[in-house]
Design a protein around this ligand. Structure first.
Ligand code: 5GP
Ligand code: MN
Length: 351
């Protein structure tokens, strides 16, 4: 088979037994739902739509359920617009989960990452499959394929498709779904992207016809005028740089967001910008939400923003990209961040 030759240079990710178990779960199921995390990103929607398309190639109709709205740029992915938004249709989403005979969970490690859907998944009797790349997956699934060393769930998923001997079923659109997740979770291959297998997979996806330039433009270089102005304002007026601590902080109040007609996704990437400053090795962005503060952090080298978010800001994530939901006011969150700068220097490894 062609895929075996072409993908033999890629290290295998799942063992034969897991592959067989997964294959038979897919083969035996007819009412499949695919779930992903809150505020779904390119990897969440890319992996969900790729999975849905592969199931379609196997003659199975699967439904994607998202806990809340996705970014406009992701609605372009094939099948994304038809996903059920559980915020808008909570009862329908709950019913789909209750009726499912297989629940496929993509790009999250704990049920609290799917918000309002969590209790329904806990109650559901259907077997669950988890495919993910976040640290410390909780033990809720029948089959868990978790690879924290992988840069994206889409990367893991490509290898899973190969292990299931489905390589030849990956068409251009499915390739574009997978490539979207691989690109968005690595900042277009600029961080967390030194694994050579990434580029072997990219080569295979390009051979399938994926339009990498178009995906790049849609996902990275498309912004409204308001969004461009908001980001410029944040960098000009709101960026605090703590040179001695190697840190930076940007906070935006609700009033500031409103002034620039903020919509979801408008500040995507903003948190990365201060890392350009020599000597700054971690950066936080805080956005005032109703009743809580959305925190986003990024770092360079060994500084574990996932631990900082976990220990103080109600969240977690990856070593160099993490976030949380802080219960308190924006000023409280910012003051806490500033008060931790000294402690962080000794508590955590630095760059
Ligand atoms: P972002 O800053 O892009 O919102 O999130 C970056 C990463 O941080 C995500 O991929 C996810 O792993 C993690 N993350 C973001 N928000 C939360 C949160 O509220 N809770 C937890 N546990 N992780 C989060
Ligand atoms: Mn991901």
């Amino acid at each position: 088979m062609r895929h075996n030759e072409e993908t033999s240079v890629i290290s295998q990710l799942i063992d034969d037994k897991t592959a067989r178990t997964l294959r038979s779960l897919l083969d035996e199921s007819d009412r499949i739902v695919i779930l992903t995390h809150m505020s779904p990103d390119g990897d969440a929607i890319g992996s969900s739509t790729a999975m849905q398309r592969m199931l379609a190639a196997m003659g199975k109709e699967a439904r994607i359920i998202i806990p809340d709205m996705m970014l406009a740029s992701l609605r372009r992915l094939p099948g994304a617009k038809e996903a059920t938004d559980a915020t808008r249709y909570p009862d329908f989403a709950a019913q789909l989960i209750a009726d499912a005979d297989l629940i496929i969970c993509l790009d999250f490690n704990e049920l609290n990452r799917i918000g309002r859907l969590a209790p329904h998944v806990e109650k559901a009797t259907a077997p669950k499959v988890l495919i993910d790349h976040h640290l410390n997956p909780s033990d809720f699934a029948t089959v868990t394929i978790s690879h924290p060393e992988a840069s994206s769930t889409c990367y893991v998923l490509f290898k899973v498709f190969c292990a299931l001997e489905l390589f030849s079923d990956i068409d251009k659109k499915t390739a574009e779904c997978i490539l979207t997740g691989m690109m968005t979770d690595t900042g277009n291959f600029s961080y967390n992207a030194s694994d050579p297998d990434i580029y072997i997979i990219v080569a295979e996806l390009l051979r399938k016809g994926a339009d990498k330039e178009r995906i790049y433009r849609e996902q990275f270089e498309t912004h409204s005028a308001n969004s461009l102005r908001l980001n410029a304002y944040a960098l000009l007026n709101k960026m605090e740089v703590f040179e001695d601590a190697g840190a930076a902080l940007i906070i935006l109040t609700r009033a500031e967001l409103n002034r620039f007609h903020y919509t979801k996704g408008d500040t995507e990437g903003l948190v990365n910008r201060p890392l350009a400053i020599p000597g700054v090795y971690y950066s936080a962005f805080m956005r005032e939400e109703d009743g809580y503060v959305k925190v986003s952090m990024r770092s360079l080298g060994k500084f574990p923003v996932n631990e900082l978010c976990h220990d103080h800001f109600g969240g977690g994530g990856h070593l160099n990209a993490a976030g949380g939901e802080f219960e308190g006011t924006l000023d409280e969150a910012a003051d806490l961040f500033r008060s931790l700068l000294e402690t962080n220097k000794t508590k955590y490894p630095t760059a």
